[in-house]
Design a protein around this ligand. Structure first.
Ligand SMILES: NC(=O)c1ccc[n+]([C@@H]2O[C@H](COP(=O)([O-])OP(=O)(O)OC[C@H]3O[C@@H](n4cnc5c(N)ncnc54)[C@H](O)[C@@H]3O)[C@@H](O)[C@H]2O)c1
Length: 345
């Protein structure tokens, strides 16, 4: 079987998950691992039998590399993706695809213009619970959807997460490098699902705050109300302050005129007049969904089929998050789509 040659750029927490998954998949081949920290690149490269590089330059010059997984700190995603695309490589970029809306739009357009695949790592699009709910909503199984509620209550400690090592200290918790806090980093997966289910947003009103992380600049709690173009309403609340830590959860609730449904962490329950249904996602391990997404991305690179979680899809959650930030900063309701020059975008 033809395998797509991959390089992983950034061999940190998630880069190592991608390297392992690529080396496990039948339609992929891990060619190289690159990290600014040479020892990291060498260690992970050796573990999976791949070349070790220390810069993106070495990656794009390697003719065996057809696709690059960008798994570096968030502020590098757009510039490194652009560079790889300009060198003719397909790119699978970690979320957020960019820390600015301009960056997200630029890389999406560049991929389109060059006829290259650009995918965003929203692995929950491959979650059975989410796929079944999307199908149900699209088929009208819940009737007309009038309300979507999303909640993410997680915990990320200052010492354990934001300041855990030198690399973490260099980028986590700053507007310039992380691009935002709980919305831009943790809740973005949930917002992507909300937008997938609810469609385009017309207007949003939001508040953000930092309640329990004095050493970081970005928000650790956020609340927003949205109106979808369909007329449905939505609410979002997200935090990384949840204590005790064994009470962490994520929920998405969809209410329609014929029934309702709830995603709780990775599982789904549906209630309609016909009865109840469920999908149990409790056996899914971290990395399983990334592997499903990667396998599909490689298939799209080979066949030329459009990857479902494209750059255009990735832009949507960034735009919504920026709108919440603008609304909070200005104390006003914000209409979408956002225009260039609409604040610090
Ligand atoms: N999809 C998911 O489930 C998921 C999970 C975790 C992280 N992420 C995303 O992945 C990205 C990385 O997160 P992480 O937790 O792995 O961070 P990390 O700090 O553990 O890893 C980042 C790595 O990039 C390397 N790096 C930094 N600058 C570089 C450069 N110029 N060239 C090459 N390598 C460079 C660092 O040395 C480090 O090894 C973030 O944007 C984050 O939002 C996604």
């Amino acid at each position: 079987m033809d395998r797509v040659g991959f390089a992983v750029l950034g061999a940190g927490v998630i880069g190592q998950v991608h390297a392992r998954n690529i080396s496990m998949l039948e339609n992929c081949r891990l060619i190289a691992v690159a990290d600014q920290v040479r020892e990291r690149a060498e260690l992970v490269g050796k573990q999976f039998g791949a070349k070790a590089y220390t810069s993106i330059d070495e990656v794009v010059k390697d003719p065996e590399v057809e696709a690059v997984v960008v798994a570096t700190p968030s502020y590098l995603h757009a510039p490194q993706t652009l560079y790889a695309l300009q060198h003719g490589k397909h790119v699978l970029v970690e979320k957020p695809m960019a820390t600015t809306l301009r960056g997200a739009r630029l890389i999406s357009k560049t991929a389109e213009d060059m006829g290259l695949r650009l995918g965003v790592v929203f692995q929950e699009r491959y979650l059975e619970a989410a796929r079944r709910l999307k199908e149900l909503v699209s088929n009208g199984g819940l009737g007309k959807v009038y309300l979507i509620e999303a909640e993410l209550k997680w915990w990320r400690g200052e010492a354990e997460y934001y300041r855990s090592d030198e690399v973490a200290r260099s980028w986590r918790g700053y507007w310039e490098t992380e691009g935002g806090g709980v919305l831009m980093n943790q809740a973005i997966h949930t917002l992507d699902l909300v937008l997938w289910l609810g469609g385009d947003v017309e207007e949003v009103s939001g508040f953000i705050s930092n309640a329990a992380h004095p050493s970081i600049e970005v928000e650790d709690v956020a609340a927003a109300a949205i109106r979808f173009r369909s007329g449905a309403l939505g609410t979002i609340s997200a935090t990384v302050n949840m204590r005790p830590t064994n009470r962490q959860y994520r929920k998405i609730r969809v209410f329609g005129t014929k029934g309702s449904a709830e995603i709780h962490d990775l599982s789904l329950r549906v209630w309609t007049d016909e009865g109840e249904a469920q999908v149990d996602g409790s056996g899914i391990a971290f990395g399983d969904l990334h592997r499903a997404l990667l396998a599909d991305f490689a298939e799209c690179v080979k066949s030329g089929r459009e990857f479902p979680v494209s750059g255009g899809e990735g832009i949507k959650s960034i735009e919504l998050i920026k709108a919440i930030y603008l609304s909070s900063e200005r104390g006003v309701k914000v209409s979408l789509p956002l225009e260039r020059g609409d604040g610090p975008l």
